[in-house]
Ligand binder design. Structure first.
Ligand SMILES: [Mg+2]
Length: 324
């Protein structure tokens, strides 16, 4: 097996990728590790990926999302390895996080064809932009939160997001006009988010039935009038991360492959956690179906038991309890 590991030393779980590597490699295997430095180009980092059987993306959301965009359309199996301060994309896959388990999943080679997405917008200076994303693009309060949390994220990880929410209790209410596959919805809220995967800080799923492999994006509107009411669903999220049982009355969602959003006032925009410098009034998003092949294990909701060449964990019968 030929493996390319692209590793970002974020200061979190910095030894784990080497444990993973020792477990992954058997005699006769080849492995190339590229360690990302201070500044790097994602296309250069994944150059030659098609010549490998496996590409491992080791980092946090910042590195993983950018490298995934660069790999869109590649047939090579990709293992997302969580070694950053925030690993929401990895959490959304539902794969076991231990280095040994991940190495085993890579040897089994079961993959899911996962969607990515693309957003286009014109900023308030009239400049056109087009970017791919893996997690979410969010407008309004969500983007303001991420901007406020950014300076603390390295030191505090996930807690920075919640602190930013408490520090900004009165975000403006915006009227969002949302076109989802040709159907128009008008909603008043503090944020409109288009999600490929809806896991946010704290392993909370914003909506219960968001899937990476359905060729659809989830449009999520936070209709709460202030951030204090938002804290409640966040705390509910801690009690029930799946979002299935407690309900999220302030959160409404739609599904579609093409989404166009216009806001009644210019709003902040974040794409995969990075808040853009300029505000926007309109943006459009489309799904990029089955853009990447990601390694999954039997813990993952994306694991297909009937996939060819996918043995169960050796000798262990795995059952969800309680059964869904
Ligand atoms: Mg989806």
């Amino acid at each position: 097996m030929r493996t390319l590991i692209i590793h970002a030393d974020t200061g979190y779980a910095s030894d784990a990728v080497f444990q993973f590597q020792r477990n992954l490699l058997h005699e006769g295997d080849e492995c190339l590790m590229r360690q990302l430095g201070e500044s790097w180009d994602s296309r250069a980092a994944v150059a030659g990926a098609e010549g490998f059987d496996l590409v491992v993306l080791s980092g946090g959301d910042y590195e993983v999302t950018r490298l995934l965009h660069a790999l869109a359309g590649s047939e090579t199996a990709i293992c997302v390895f969580p070694s950053g301060p925030v690993n929401n994309f990895f959490s959304g896959l539902g794969v076991a996080a231990e280095p040994f388990a991940l190495a085993r999943a890579c040897r089994m080679g079961t993959t899911v064809e996962a969607d990515l997405a693309e957003i286009a917008w014109i900023d308030d200076e009239g400049v056109r932009h087009r970017e791919r994303f893996s997690l979410m693009a969010g407008s309004g309060f969500d983007a303001e939160l991420l901007r406020a949390a950014a300076s603390n994220r390295k030191a505090m990880g996930q807690a920075a997001y919640f602190l930013a929410a408490v520090a900004n209790p009165a975000p403006p209410v915006i009227r969002f006009s949302i076109d989802v596959d040709g159907t128009r919805h008008q909603r008043d809220g503090i944020a409109c988010i288009v999600a490929n995967t809806s896991v946010i800080q704290g392993d909370i799923e914003l909506v219960a039935d968001c899937r990476l492999d359905d060729g659809l994006l989830d449009v999520i509107v936070l209709e709460t009038p202030d951030a204090v009411s938002l804290i409640k669903p966040m705390l509910f999220g801690f009690l029930d991360p799946s979002g299935r049982n407690l309900g999220r009355p302030q959160i409404e969602s739609f599904k579609g492959a093409r989404v166009a959003v216009s806001a009644s006032a210019p709003v902040a925009l974040q794409v995969d956690g990075e808040t853009k410098e300029r505000t926007v009034s309109e943006f459009a998003v489309r799904v990029l179906p089955r853009a990447v092949r990601l390694i999954v294990d039997p813990m993952s909701p994306y694991y297909d038991e009937d996939a060819v060449g996918a043995p169960r964990f050796s000798g262990t019968e795995l059952k969800r309890f309680p059964e869904p």
